[in-house]
Design a protein. Structure first.
Length: 413
C-alpha cells in the first residue's frame, strides 16, 4: 500500500530535516577534552604569606599568557590556602584530590607542609610540582609522582658557600635560620661546602618560625667574619633590620628566600651589600623574563621574586608535559613520565631540565644588593650553570650520608 505525501507535508519534512542538519548537538563526552584541573596549595596568612601570595600570582600570570589552555584543554584553576601548617595542608590536599579531582597539584610552599602530604599524594597517584625544598623528596625518599622545578632546600646554598669561601674569602661564619626543616637543610648545605673549602661554622642559631623579636638571637652573633641567614617569607626583613640596629657590620650571605627580589621594595639600607644565591633573578635580561616581569608589574604592581617565578615555571612544566602526553592526563604514570622529560630552554629563570629523581637542574645566580636609581636591587655578580641537587658531589656518596638536619653536619667548634 502506497503512502500519499502532500506537498505541504513534504515541505514541512524538508524544513525539519534542514533544522536537524544545522542544529549542533553536543558531541559525545568521549570526543570532548575535559577541562584540565590544576590545584595550588599555598599560604596566604602568617609569616610566609608574602611568598605564598606571589606563588598564586605567578601561576595566574602563566595561565593568562596561555589563555587558560594547555594542550587544547581549558584549565580549571583551584587555589587553596593551607594556613601554613601541616594539618591544614593535608586537609586542602584531600579536598583538591578527592572533591575537586585535580589532575595535578602545584605547591606547597614549606618543607614541613610537603612532608606532611607526600605519602597521601603518592597513594592517590597525583602529580605534584612543589616549591618546597625538603631535600629527601628527591634524594633518599623519592616520591615517584613528585617533581621540583624550583630547587631543593640546600641547592642554592652549595654555590653560595663556594662563593663565600672562594670569592669573598670568608673564614668563620655564624649561621642563623628558622627552626624547621627548610632552615636545617639550607644551613647544612652551606656548612658542608663552606667547610670543605677551608671555612669554619662557629655557631648555629635557630629562632622559631614565629619570632616577635630577633634581638636575643642577634646578640649571639660573635667571633666571626660573616653571617649566613636563611630566613623566608617576610622574616628576612625583620631579621636584617634587627641585625643593623644592633650595629653589626659582618657581611651577610643568604639563599633563595633571604634576599628575594620581591622584598627589595621593603628593605632599607640594612640590606645593602647582602649576597644571595637564587635560581631566579630579576635582572636576567632574556625576553622570557622581561615578558614575565612586565605582566607581573601590570597585573599586580609588584616586581616578581623567586616564589612567583618558581610557580610560573612550574605551570610551564605542566603545560609542556601535557603537550608531550598529547593532552592526556588520565594515565598518571605516563603523565608523570612526560612531565619529567620536559626540557625547557626559555623560562624566566633560564633553561631547566630534571634529573632521574625529579629535581631540577638549572642556573643559579649570586647577587649583591645595590642601590640603583635610588632603589635597592639585586645585581648578579656570578652565575653557576647547570647546578644539580648533588652539587659537585658523587651522588652515591652524597646519598649515603644523612639528610642535612639541625645537627648534621655537626658543629665542630
Amino acid at each position: 500500500m502506497s503512502r500519499k505525501v502532500t506537498r505541504r507535508k513534504f515541505m514541512a519534512a524538508t524544513a525539519a530535516g534542514a533544522a536537524l542538519a544545522t542544529f549542533k548537538f553536543p558531541s559525545p563526552a568521549i570526543a570532548q577534552a575535559a577541562p584540565f584541573k590544576l590545584g595550588l596549595l599555598t599560604i596566604k596568612t602568617g609569616p610566609l604569606a608574602q611568598g605564598g601570595i606571589q606563588m598564586e600570582q605567578g601561576v595566574v600570570t602563566f595561565l593568562k599568557e596561555k589563555n587558560y589552555t594547555f594542550a587544547g584543554r581549558k584549565v580549571d584553576f583551584i587555589s587553596a590556602d593551607t594556613g601554613g601548617n601541616p594539618a591544614g595542608t593535608k586537609t586542602k590536599a584531600q579536598e583538591l584530590i578527592e572533591r575537586d579531582k585535580v589532575d595535578a597539584i602545584l605547591g606547597p610552599l614549606a618543607a614541613f607542609e610537603l612532608l606532611a602530604i607526600s605519602d597521601y599524594v603518592a597513594q592517590h597517584k597525583t602529580p605534584m610540582l612543589s616549591l618546597a625544598g625538603a631535600d629527601d623528596m628527591t634524594q633518599r625518599k623519592p616520591n615517584p609522582y613528585f617533581l621540583r622545578p624550583s630547587a631543593c632546600s640546600s641547592q642554592a646554598m652549595h654555590p653560595m658557600a663556594d662563593f663565600a669561601a672562594k670569592e669573598l674569602k670568608l673564614k668563620k661564619i655564624v649561621t642563623i635560620s628558622e627552626d624547621f626543616a627548610f632552615g636545617y637543610e639550607q644551613m647544612g648545605g652551606f656548612q658542608q661546602t663552606f667547610e670543605e673549602n677551608g671555612g669554619k661554622i662557629v655557631n648555629k642559631i635557630w629562632p622559631p618560625l614565629v619570632t616577635p623579636d630577633y634581638t636575643p638571637f642577634v646578640a649571639q652573633i660573635a667571633d666571626c667574619d660573616g653571617v649566613c641567614q636563611g630566613f623566608a617569607g617576610s622574616n628576612p626583613l625583620r631579621f636584617m633590620k634587627t641585625y643593623a640596629a644592633a650595629g653589626l657590620k659582618y657581611p651577610v650571605v643568604t639563599g633563595e628566600t633571604g634576599g628575594d627580589d620581591a622584598l627589595m621594595r621593603a628593605f632599607g639600607d640594612e640590606a645593602l651589600g647582602m649576597y644571595s644565591c637564587c635560581p631566579y633573578t630579576l635582572d636576567l635580561a632574556t625576553d622570557s623574563n622581561k615578558r614575565f616581569i612586565a605582566a607581573m608589574q601590570k597585573d599586580y604592581k609588584v616586581d616578581p621574586g623567586f616564589y612567583a617565578a618558581g610557580l610560573y615555571v612550574a605551570a610551564a612544566v605542566v603545560a609542556a608535559g601535557l603537550e608531550k602526553a598529547k593532552g592526556k592526563s588520565d594515565d598518571k604514570e605516563a603523565f608523570v613520565k612526560a612531565l619529567r622529560a620536559v626540557d625547557l630552554e626559555d623560562t624566566p629563570r633560564g633553561p631547566i631540565k630534571f634529573d632521574h629523581l625529579g629535581n631540577v637542574i638549572g642556573d643559579f645566580y649570586v647577587r649583591r644588593v645595590e642601590k640603583v636609581n635610588g632603589k635597592l636591587a639585586n645585581k648578579t655578580v656570578k652565575t653557576y650553570h647547570n647546578v644539580s641537587q648533588f652539587w659537585t658531589y658523587d651522588e652515591t656518596k652524597f646519598l649515603a650520608q644523612p639528610v642535612y638536619s639541625r645537627n648534621y653536619p655537626p658543629l665542630k667548634s
